[in-house]
Write a protein that binds this ligand. Structure first.
Ligand SMILES: *Cc1c(COP(=O)(O)O)cnc(C)c1O
Length: 369
């Protein structure tokens, strides 16, 4: 049985091997007589799952030892509050607004930070470009600078992380990498904190991953809930409260799958980066040479993960989606705020899925031109 290709923006496709392993271990994990969902988070079985997931992620993403890896709950939206509760220290927070997600982050942070300052915005271009870091108006004495490094809805992605130090800014950079975590390497020398919900590229909804530099811990505002105080979470190895055990287990299986991926001599996340670049290029190249479809994002900031596109004749949208579904291509409808279509090409999407999408798009265009 061939499963359809699932282009959902999130919760999104999970590698089939991961789902099969989870299914096989559902009733009895490694002879323990228990499924993972039924285990104490403090028992030796689950501790071994947690420790392997943590060390595999550290290895895959080359996370330096001065960073803590936290497994939390609440998703990206909760982090929009948790980050300022932990990092804002009563000072201004700078925001780089590049699409819907960073807009939401700024709005939420304004509840907790003394002041939020928009250092740069792509709004004038309807979020089809990323403001050049050289033009950012960073505040003196900001507690941190927030950026969303892949805007899932507008389809813009930083191809390189900004170097704040080179811009004369000492504040740490906090990134929302929910929708491209583990799709490419991260230059940790430029980052103070990174957060992401798992349901795009790592596993099921309900798990939130936070990678935070040690020196940023211990400064939470008094009102910060203990379960969301990064220092409390770090000091308790993510077990101050019951962590999302199932999410950690599935993410751990995904990390093992990632470690096995190869492209030429590259392995792991480096292999994923090559594969993701090739997948995205294939689809953008097809869209750009077609006069039936269009993507409006500037070429140098196009996302490899989320590719919004439009039919030039939008009256055919429903027919396009129905035909796609009948061809085994699922969840291509664009976000309601942008409209049109969106193909999300996360790690679990193979090149064959992208080729099948392009073949369908070509055929649909020929039939309706
Ligand atoms: C999906 C997403 C979120 C929101 O995550 P929730 O788990 O729904 O809170 C935040 N930021 C980005 C960039 C996302 O893609």
């Amino acid at each position: 049985m061939n499963r359809p290709y699932n282009f959902s923006a999130g919760p999104a496709a999970i590698p089939e091997e991961v789902l099969k392993t989870a299914a096989a271990e559902m009733l009895d994990w490694h002879g323990s007589g228990m499924g993972v969902m039924e285990m104490s988070h403090r028992g030796k079985e689950f501790i071994s799952i947690y420790e392997k997931a943590e060390s595999d992620f550290r290895e895959l993403m080359a996370v330096p030892s001065e960073f803590k890896i936290l497994f939390m709950q609440g998703g990206g939206l909760a982090e929009n509050a948790i980050v300022p509760l932990n990092l804002s220290r009563g000072a201004t927070v700078d925001f780089v607004v590049t699409g819907s997600w960073s807009q939401k982050s700024r709005k939420e942070a304004a509840k907790y930070a003394a002041e939020v300052h928009t250092a740069a915005s792509g709004e004038d271009s309807h979020f089809t470009t990323l403001p050049d870091p050289a033009t950012w108006q960073l505040s003196r004495g900001a507690s941190y600078v927030h950026a969303c490094t892949n805007e899932t809805i507008h389809g813009v992605e930083f191809q390189q992380l900004p170097d704040l130090k080179a811009l004369g800014c000492d504040a740490p950079l906090a990134i929302d990498f929910s929708s491209h975590v583990a799709s490419r390497p991260v230059d940790w020398s430029r980052v103070g904190l990174a957060f992401g919900g798992a349901q795009k590229n790592l596993g099921p909804a309900g798990l939130t991953l936070v990678v935070v530099r040690e020196d940023l811990l211990g400064h939470a505002l008094p009102a910060c809930p203990s379960a969301f105080d990064y220092k409390v979470v770090a000091d308790n190895q993510s077990m101050f409260n019951t962590p999302p055990t199932w999410g950690i287990y599935i993410a751990g299986l995904t990390f093992q799958w990632l470690k096995e991926q190869r492209e030429g001599h590259a392995t792991g996340v480096a292999a994923m980066e090559l594969r993701n670049a090739a997948k995205a290029k294939a689809l953008y190249d097809f869209i750009d040479t077609s006069d039936f479809y269009v993507n409006k994002v500037a070429a140098n900031c196009r996302s490899r993960m989320n590719i919004p596109f439009f039919l030039n004749d939008e009256s055919r949208n429903d027919a396009f989606l129905a035909g796609a579904k009948a061809s085994g291509l699922l969840q291509l409808k664009g976000h309601k705020s942008v409209g049109g279509m969106r193909a999300s090409l996360y790690n679990a999407m193979p090149m064959a899925g992208v080729e099948a999408l392009i073949a369908y798009m070509r055929e649909f265009a020929q039939k309706h031109s």
